[in-house]
Write a protein that binds this ligand. Structure first.
Ligand code: SF4
Length: 475
């Protein structure tokens, strides 16, 4: 028998979410609403898909780069393609996100019925392994970087175990080259996705990053990241996206990395905390190394909400200054807010509007608090009886673009909340403000304009669905 016949085929599957950048859609049966609304949504949905807002699934990129003799790995990104039934798969891995578990379990069941071995991994499996056990042959709990090699090796020897779990986080300082060979380049906004580190030292109660990746900051080595950038650049000259929940949390690491990237003349996007506004030298290095735009989590400008949800890393009064200094350094900013936190009142939208006008934030993202199962806020709201979905059904929570209320706000009635959220998002997102923000953005003007236009559509969908939910289901 030739080696070719001995090769085991492994497929890694990424599932699309219900809405958002994967193609905005109403959560309700679109046939029930007026035909013009349906037609507009469907046309915009395909336009959004074609606009390539999607980025590759990083975790699957990392796993597909693990090399084991006798194994051939591929990625199926179901945002763009159907499951490839025509090929024989020795093992299929599905990445399960909380909010998408139902869909993942359904696919797993279908594949198992066809005799395909299924391994489930990802955030949901790590937080709720028991809920996944009956839907898989194998579970991978926790960060899979090292476990995946062990699993693939066991596949070649026919000795797969039911569970792969590590009680310690992988040391990211160990070189692990990431390859993009399993990606279809033309599908994505960019394939230049590079992880620099994991972990977050903060404990915001609505976030699960610190639960999944720990509080210690683990960084990849600077020479490894620099050589990955140079290697990726040869195949794709588009923008780079550095994945790290706060790239400036370790300023000396960030300064060394981005100084070394200056000669490569890349353009890049990333995520940072607003503290960057006070780290003047680092801010300049970011701008000099080609930083075009950053996403910062402002979350709330209400002091009562910041302390109620343990968002303590910057005082509200410092935020305006921080945002201004980042923009003055020539970097566009996507600022993410959460409206509906426990300290918020009906005065909060006006405060957000003032903040956005004062700072000229380039993309103001307004989120409704999302009590994701596993987070501290989920547990608290469950105890307080404020959840609007069954907290005991692990598949009841679903992900959407602010299209449904999942909890009762503390100080505002649901009806008043939806009305004020709708008013706020209508004022912030319209064609005129999208054009103005695009023209005023320090960098990446067309991307800023496009993003604002995209959000103008998404927020109208969100308002539509919230109104529908309120009329139909909330008494
Ligand atoms: S919201 Fe940001 S700062 Fe807060 S815990 Fe999550 S990653 Fe860390």
């Amino acid at each position: 028998m030739s080696d070719r016949h001995l090769t085991k085929n492994v497929l890694l599957v990424f599932l699309p979410s219900e809405s958002g950048v994967d193609g905005a859609r109403s959560l309700y049966d679109e046939k029930r609403v007026n035909p013009f609304f349906t037609w507009t949504n469907q046309s915009l949905r395909s336009l959004i898909k074609q606009s390539q807002f999607a980025i590759p699934p990083l975790s699957l990129m990392i796993l597909s780069s693990v090399e084991v003799e006798g194994i051939e790995q591929s990625i199926c990104d179901m945002r763009f393609e159907e499951f490839p039934w025509q090929k024989k798969w020795d093992l299929v891995g599905i990445s399960v996100q909380t909010g998408m578990a139902k869909k993942a379990f359904e696919l797993a069941e279908k594949l198992r019925a066809a005799g395909i071995q299924i391994v489930l991994g990802g955030a949901h499996v790590t937080l709720f392994p028991e809920s996944c056990r009956s839907h898989a042959d194998i579970l991978v709990e926790g960060e899979a970087d090292d476990l995946w090699k062990e699993l693939l090796t066991d596949l070649t020897t026919g000795s797969l175990k039911k569970l792969y779990r590590s009680d310690i986080f992988p040391d990211l300082g160990i070189p692990r080259a990431v390859s993009k060979q399993s990606l279809v380049k033309s599908r994505y906004f960019t394939t230049n996705l590079i992880q620099t580190g994991r972990g977050c030292q903060y404990s915001c109660d609505f976030c699960n990053v610190h639960l999944l990746n720990g509080h210690a900051l683990r960084k990849r080595s600077v020479p490894e990241v620099v050589s990955e950038v140079a290697r990726f650049q040869e195949h794709d000259q588009r923008i780079f996206f550095f994945v790290d929940d706060s790239i400036n949390a370790d300023p000396s690491y960030a300064a060394e990395l981005f100084r070394k990237l200056i000669p490569l003349k890349i353009r890049w996007f990333g995520q940072a905390t607003t503290t960057l506004g006070q780290q003047h030298e680092l801010l300049k290095t970011f701008a000099d190394s080609g930083c075009q735009a950053l996403l910062v989590g402002i979350e709330s400008i209400e002091p009562a909400s910041r302390s109620a949800h343990k968002k303590n890393q910057n005082r509200a009064g410092e935020l305006v200054k921080a945002v201004r200094s980042i923009r003055e350094a020539g970097i566009s900013l996507y600022g993410s807010f959460i409206y509906g936190l426990d300290g918020d009142t009906l005065d909060t939208p006006a405060a957000i509007l003032d903040f956005v006008n004062e700072t000229k934030l380039d993309v103001p993202g307004i989120n409704i608090l999302r009590p994701t199962p596993g987070t501290q806020v989920f547990e608290r709201l469950k105890e307080e009886g404020r959840l609007l979905f069954d907290p005991h059904d692990i598949t009841a929570y679903r992900y959407s673009f602010g299209q449904e209320m999942l909890y009762k706000p503390k100080q505002i009635s649901i009806g008043a909340f939806i009305e004020s959220y709708s008013e706020l998002t209508s004022q912030l997102f319209n064609i005129k403000s999208a054009i103005i923000r695009g023209l005023c953005a320090p960098r990446s003007k067309s991307a800023v304009m496009l993003f604002n236009l995209f959000y103008t559509h998404l927020y109208s969908l969100s308002r539509h669905d919230l109104k529908h939910q309120h009329e139909k289901t909330i008494t």
